[in-house]
Each structure stands twice: as C-alpha cells, then as structure tokens.
Ligand binder design. Structure first.
Ligand code: ADP
Ligand code: MG
Length: 697
C-alpha cells in the first residue's frame, strides 16, 4: 500500500484540490458558502463544476451522480455521463453549474408518506457544498439534498442541515450574550462507532433468511457462543485483517478518517470507529462506510452483516453516536474544563442537553426504533428502551451541588498508578464508563448508544440538534433582557437541573429496579417501534420541528407513515420467509429424517427382533410431535399474515398487529424449529448451523 498520507483523500475533491484548480475569487466565494452558508452564485457554480469535471475525467471518470439519502434507509444515485454531442458529430465531456447544483431524478418511487401522488413525480436533488464530492467506480459522486417539486423535504439530509443551522444561530446569539463576541458559527460534531458481522459468503448464500431479511429466522444455538468473551478485543484473524486493511485503504482514499478497529463481543463481530467530524460529513461518511464495508467484504469472499440482530442468543450490532458542539473559535462547548463549578457557560449548555433529553426522550427513543433494533433495546446487551442520561460521579455531584446550593468539591483527576516502573502513570478520566446508559457523558461529548447498526445517523442527529436548539432558544429568550446576567444564569441553571434531574441516572440500566424506578420517575418505556412511533405526531413534537423550521407538520406526518409502513413490511417479509423456509425445506427435511429413522428401525427389527430400537424410537417420537406442532404453527402464521390484509388501511394499526400477533407467532415457530434442528442429523438439516456460520471465517 502506498503511504497513507498520500492516498488519504485521493478520491475526494477536497479543499486542496479546490484551491489548486479554482480561480482564487471562485475559491473564496465557495468557501464562504461552505463556512457561512451564504447562497451560491451561478458563475461560481459553473467554475466549480468545470474544475470538478476536469479532475474527475483525469481520474478516469465517465459519469457523475447526485448522491442522496431518501427515506428508504439506503442511499440513492442515478448516473449521467459527461458526454455532450458537438455539431461535428463528435463528443466533448461537459458538466455545467446547473447540472452540479440541481438534478431531477424521477421521484415517484421513493417513499413520500402520502405527501404526493405518484403522478406528481418530479423531485429535485440540490448540491450540498458542505460535503465534498468524491469518486467511486469511475463516477463523480455529488452529495445532495432531495425534495419534491413543491418543496417538501423527501430525505434525511435536509433536516440535518437545517438543524445544524438552527442550532448554530441560537448558540451564537447565546454566546454573544455571554460575551463571546468572536464566535460566528457553532457546529455539531459526530463520531459514529460502527459494529458489524463478517461471515463467509458460502454460508450466507445458503441462508434465504439472511438474503431476504438480513437476519437468521431459524437457528439453534451453537455449543459455543460469546460466553468466554474471548473474541472481544481478541487478536484479529488473517482473513479479517486483510479485509480490514483493504477497507481502511478504501475509506482513507475517500477521505474518511477510519481510526480504530477491533473485534467485538460476539464471534465474527467487529467494530470500526472514525475520528469525529461535522454532523453532516459524519453522516455522509457513515453511509459510505457501510456501503464500502459491504462491497469490500464481497471482494474477500465474505459478507458484511449490518443488521441489528443477525443471530439470536449472541449480541447484536449497534452504533454509538458520539456528539458534541463546538465553536468556530475551536472551543468545545461540552468541555467542563478544570473548574466546571465556576464555568457557567458549560453549565448552561449542559442544562440545555439535560432539559432536551428529558423533554424529548420519546423522540430520542423513536429515532432509534426499527424492526431490527426492536431485538436489542431492552435485551441485556444494548441500552434499555428507557432513555436516561449518565453524567458520571463528578458531573453528577456538580449538578447536585447546583440544585442544593452546596459547595462542589471535585474528586479531581486522580493519578492512575500502574505500580509497574516501566509503565508510565497517567491521569484517569473524570468519569468511568457506564456501558449500560443509553446517553452517557464521556468527558467532553455525549455518547448516544441506542442506535441500531444500520441506521442512517442523520435522523438521531437532527432530532438531537433540534431539541437542544429549542432549549437554547428558550434560554436566550429568558436571559436576553436580564439586568444581572450572572444571577439570572445561575437561577436558570439551578431551576433547569432541578426540574429535569429525573432524566439523570448513574446506576445499572439493565436492572429490574431501574425499570420500576424509571416508571416512578415518569420516564417513557416504549419497547417496540409501533409504541414509540405513535409519539412522533404528539403535539409537542410537531411543534418542536415546526417552530424551529426543520420540517413541516405534513412532512412529520409523512415520515411517521413511512416508518410504520416500512416496519410492518419488513415484518411481513420476515414472516413470509419463515413460511417459505418451513414449508419448502425444514418440514420436508425432518420428514425425510424421520423416514430414514423408521426405515433403519424396521431394518434392524427384521434382522433380529431383539435388537434395540430405543434411540430411533425416541427420536422419531420427539421429532414427530414437534413436526406436528411446527406444521400447525406454520399454518397459524400464514393465516395471521393473510388476516393483516383485512385490517383497516392504517399504518399504525398494521404495525401494531404485526408486532403483537405475527411477530409472536414467528417466535413460537422459531423455537419449535430450533428444537427440531438440535435433534435432526446435520446431513438432513437444510441450512448451515449457527456454529458453521459464526465460526466460518
Ligand atoms: P469508546 O467509546 O469505545 O471509548 P473511542 O474513544 O474509540 O470509543 O471513540 C469515541 C468516538 O468519539 C470517536 O469516533 C471519536 O472521534 C469521537 N469523538 C471524540 N471527540 C468528539 C467530539 N468532540 N465530538 C464528536 N465526537 C467525538
Ligand atoms: Mg463508545
């Protein structure tokens, strides 16, 4: 591999290339747009487009695409070539500012949640100059936002960009009030840690459940799972390491700051963490990372599973969204500094986050809800479905001291004495880790840990940004005319901590006591997507988005419908896949095995009637009983799927029905199937076992 410093960003039309290739005035105008969000002039766009095209063509590109993030949950692209016919019957390679700024994909088949009828097919993609263009597969990719002809937002990026803008505006006003006049822009930053599974492609190809749904719908536990915890941080196998090296190289070329990689808890499970960047770029990069992971795995004869729960009985995969806010002057607003007790600015921003998480815990919960993540939240591996915050001992004590008006004494950062002379001593972090908290303070940022592995992080981040922006704007309104700012600030901070301390919980989030305690505190506990999603359209939540100019009421209602519809359709595909596997393969396999056992038993008896057929009989008995139950349950599941068609045409009703009725039957069918698997000869069982899949690489 070439030097990392040389390949890094080689596939990106980054700042250096812009500077090299653009006239200085154009470059300056573009930078203004990127930095301050100023509108872009068409002459600037023309110059940028031309420079981008020249670079892309030099790099071997023939096409460009507007790359966008519709509500499907995956990214979308439509490729156009640069070719343009001349009057001499030849072609030239061309790319105009208009083509850079605006694309017009047919939008009719992207989910709109009923905002538009399909005949109103027009949709527009608009260049997002704040996220750099890049090259993949001989195509120039231009990150864009996506909206309908009539201006409704149809993607995940637009609300994210608006929320960043909104948070910046209110935070700057507030900071000016506090005397920080040199701050002109505030940015939210994100570093998403991404978990994934890698399995052998030949195993994957034999599992229709993985192919159609991304998770195993049947599968008895392997003799070995993750109980020894020997995989976590274990040494990385050659094949995996080859994949990881290749992946790093691809990501670096795309300018993605891939930093940390290690084995995770479950067998075949791994993690990749990048260095943080602005929320917008972090989102684009995370989407790209997931795509590159999948493609790179293929090259290595592997399959990368990004489903939240590919295997029952071992940990699923999530994503940790590390989030913070910083100023253009380089200050992290969530950094407590040496003396947080005197740092009113930090306390104010902390109070805004505490109040936001308390008041909008339902939004945080529903933004991470998905059919896949329903298997994790609440189970003993991921944070629970109850949203609470962990501040750690030090900040917890600070908040208590503010509430009670007592003196704060920091425990300080004690020296960590390793007790071994050759090892250097180092300072301990102010807060220990609390792995069970869904929203944990980790030094100078919050780590939102409840995200599912396949989620587009735009959604949780625009929710977070918006709710914090809302609190900051309320704070600003309260403080802006005060005669004695310091007293007003202290009062506001004290009142906010007092009123919202119920969201803070430093204990074990997995314990039963917490579930009871959270209920006493009046915190929400929504265990599934339909339960959580129902609150999307609560008045207070609609008001939040409308007031802050993020999305309109119609757009929220559309998003709500899309989520519910997507959810029950996924469950329906899973249920249909189970029926298919049961009827076409599992039932016939068990019948064949029972026949084989019966034949063997009769053959023995005819040889000599005194031979024991104890083993055969016992197995036949067990499997026959189970098979009967299995076939009946399959029929029940089929009936339940058919019944869904008779439900009234309401997405919430359907989603609830699938969760409460269909999903329950799926679990029952699975448990009979798994029991049969454990008694059926591997030669007869039609699918690779958990052991074969999980230890295949
Ligand atoms: P762990 O949570 O397992 O300790 P790491 O420390 O490796 O994981 O990862 C933490 C993540 O948080 C990294 O992606 C890092 O870049 C990110 N991070 C650090 N500082 C900030 C910040 N100010 N804003 C957003 N993300 C940050
Ligand atoms: Mg983490």
């Amino acid at each position: 591999m070439a030097k990392v410093t040389e390949i890094f960003g080689s596939m990106v039309f980054n700042d250096r290339k812009m500077q090299e290739r653009l006239p200085h005035s154009t470059y300056k105008a573009l930078k203004k747009t990127i930095k301050n969000g100023e509108p872009l002039d068409i002459s600037v766009a023309n110059a940028v487009a031309n420079a981008m095209k020249d670079w892309a063509v030099e790099m071997g590109c023939t096409h460009y695409t507007h790359w966008f993030q519709p509500m499907t949950g995956v990214t979308a692209e439509k490729h156009d070539s640069f070719i343009c016919p001349t009057s001499e019957g030849e072609i030239i390679m061309e790319f105009s500012g208009k083509e850079l700024i605006k694309g017009e994909p047919d939008a009719s088949s992207f989910p709109s949640g009923g905002i538009r009828a399909t005949f109103e097919a027009r949709g527009y993609t608009t260049w997002d100059p704040t996220s750099p263009a890049f090259i993949r597969d001989k195509t120039l990719y231009i990150p864009t936002a996506f909206c309908s002809y009539t201006g409704e937002v149809l993607d995940k990026k637009t609300p994210l960009l608006r929320s960043m803008e909104r948070l910046s505006n209110v935070a700057v006003k507030l900071l000016h009030l506090l005397g920080k006049k040199d701050v002109t822009r505030v940015t939210t930053t994100v570093g998403p840690e991404q978990e994934y599974f890698l399995i052998d492609k030949t195993m994957y190809d034999k599992r229709p459940d993985l192919i159609y749904t991304g998770r195993t719908l049947f599968g008895a536990p392997a003799p070995k799972g993750q109980e020894l915890e020997d995989h976590y941080f274990g040494s990385i196998k050659t094949r995996v390491s080859d994949f990881m090296n290749d992946l790093d190289e691809q990501l670096w070329k795309l300018g993605i700051l891939a930093k940390t990689k290690h084995n995770e808890v479950a067998p075949s499970q791994h993690e990749l963490a990048p260095v943080f960047t602005t929320s917008n770029i972090a989102t684009d990069h995370n989407e790209l990372t997931m795509e590159v992971m999948k493609k790179t795995a293929e090259k290595h004869g592997l399959v990368c599973l990004l489903h939240e729960k590919p295997f029952a009985g071992v940990n699923g995969s999530g994503k940790h969204n590390n989030w913070s806010i910083s100023t253009n002057t380089g200050e992290n607003l969530l950094d407590p500094g040496k003396h947080p007790e005197d740092n009113l600015q930090f306390q104010l921003f902390l109070a805004a986050v505490v109040k936001a998480v308390h008041e909008y815990q339902d939004l945080l919960r529903l933004t991470v809800a998905s059919a896949g993540n329903d298997h994790r939240l609440g189970a003993n591996e991921a944070p629970p479905a109850i949203i609470s915050m962990y501040l750690g001992d030090d900040l917890g004590a600070l908040v208590d001291s503010v509430i009670n008006g007592t003196k704060f004494t920091s425990s300080g950062k004690p020296d960590m004495l390793t007790g071994v002379d050759v090892l250097p001593d180092f300072k301990k972090d102010t807060s220990d880790r609390n792995r069970t908290s869904p929203f944990a303070f980790t030094g100078n940022k919050f780590e939102f840990r409840a995200l599912g592995s396949s989620l587009n992080i735009a959604c949780p981040n625009y929710m977070l940004n918006t709710m914090v922006a809302e609190e900051l704007s309320q704070f600003y309104d309260e403080l802006k005319d005060s005669q004695d700012l310091e007293t007003a600030l202290k009062e506001l901070i004290k009142r906010t901590f007092t009123e919202h301390q119920n969201i803070i919980f430093n204990g074990d989030n997995y314990s039963d006591e917490w579930v009871a305690e959270a209920e006493r505190r009046g915190l929400c506990n929504y265990r599934s997507l339909p339960e959580a999603m129902a609150h999307y359209v609560d008045r207070k939540n609609i008001d939040l988005f409308v007031k802050n100019g993020i999305v309109s009421e119609a757009e929220i209602r559309a998003r709500y419908e899309i989520e519910l519809e997507h959810y029950y359709k996924q469950l329906r595909i899973e249920a249909l896949t189970m029926v298919d596997m049961a009827e076409k393969n599992i039932t016939p396999a068990v019948i064949a095995f029972i026949n084989k056992l019966s034949d063997a038993a009769s053959a023995k008896k005819s040889l000599n009637s005194s031979y024991s057929i104890y083993a055969e009989t016992k197995l036949i008995e067990k499997l026959s009983d189970e098979l009967e139950a299995f076939v009946k349950k399959t029929d029940e599941l089929k009936v339940s799927i058919d019944k869904a068609a008779d439900l009234e045409n309401d997405n919430l009703t359907r989603a609830k029905y699938y969760r409460e009725t269909v999903f329950g039957l799926m679990n029952e069918l699975r448990s009979i199937g798994d029991s049969m698997e454990s008694s059926t000869s591997a030669k007869y069982w039609p699918y690779p076992s958990y052991g074969e899949i999980l230890f295949s690489v």
